[in-house]
Design a protein around this ligand. Sequence first.
Ligand code: BGP
Length: 466
Amino acid sequence: MKKLPEHFIFGGATAAYQAEGATQEDGKGAVAWDAFLKEEGRFSPNPASDFYHQYPVDIELCEKFGVNGLRLSIAWSRIFPDGVGEPNPKGIAYYHDVFKQCIEHNVIPFVTLHHFDTPKALFDQGDFLNRDNLDAFVAYAKFCFEEFTEVKHWSTFNEIYPVATNQYLLGVFPPGIHFDFSKVIMCLHNMMVAHARTVNIFKDNKYPGEIGVVHSLETKYPVSDSPEDIHAAFLEDAISIRFLLEATYLGRYTDDLLAALDEICAAQNASYDFLEADYLEMEKASHRNDFLGINHYQCHFCKAYQGPNEIYHNGTGEKGSSVYRVNGIAERIYRDDIPRTDWDWLIYPQGMYDLLVRIKKDYPHYKKIYITENGMGYKDEFEDGVILDTPRIDYLRQYLSAISDAITDGVNVEGYFLWSLMDLFSWTNGYNKRYGLFYVDFETQKRYPKESAYWYKQLSETKTII
Ligand code: BGP
């Protein structure tokens, strides 16, 4: 039987916009999602899991079920409704109380400053493509470090790669732009600069606690041994993983990486321009990250692809409907021997192990890793208050075993945050893709522990994966 370390964090993960609801309450400023979702007309971000009012219930459930860490984000527009200017006292008081309740219940808050929810006023000015908005983010971060001194674990950004690609490649996040690789690359770079500037301020001012960044890292493999497919996997890896790890841990991009970017730009008629001053800031930060947060759910098998760009995002759970083919980079291929969820996410825990071992090998000064998200989206069935989510338990068992193996092989992983603590709103999938340990009846907002919650509780108590 595999074990996890004695002082491991068995956390649950959430994000402000996906859990809180109350998007118009107590002076919260607008975010681009409000109008985007309204226009799409598929689903509403209210009331979501009503965490804005239900947090005492959720935090109590954490304590009861052995969840000793809660990953949550601050909604920037609750603190600064327009992103900059006068802070909103009600937003500040709200988060103080959330953190207080966490601490009283022995649940450590791990706080993300930005989880896909730039205030609309700044988003409309170009989000992170606009360099002025980097200043606004850094100022907001500094304000939080000085205000919320009870927080000791900070992440700057959640998932820079999905921000860039969902906004400017897939077009499934606002502003809904498709196939614009210049914007993708500049968004990745600029957010990494904002991260570096924030880390440097945190360290220069000696704020207490630790700081890192959360990256979504989906391991890439070639679908065959052909040199073309191996190169396709290399390119997919370069833009989605290596770019961010080099920015984080080297503070610059290697020649190999820049050559891959140039190849992608040539195929996609794109360009980029990185300022020399950015590298100074990034290099300074590259040895100051206290941890790397990894969100990892799936991996991809890549095949060389030349042809028209074609992406179809499966946002309904209709298995087999996903399409991903990007000219000059890769096509993603499903393999019959690898199971996948109804949303076509491949269940391949080896991808988690390979990723962890690679980080230790390629960036030996990484210090510490938290798995900040992992879990299984599933159409849970609710029968008389009982939710038998056996496939989810099986998924968790496999991925936690891969983490345990990586720890045995010398990777320093100190915690795991299951996505998600309770069922919540999924940006592009709405409410039928449930992830929670706790089932939420979105009508009544009542919580019900799933079978997986009991499984996770015994894991947290025994540190043994059964
Ligand atoms: C990550 C995000 C989360 C969450 C999760 C599950 O990318 O950080 O916000 O949504 O993925 O994704 P989805 O809701 O699309 O299934």
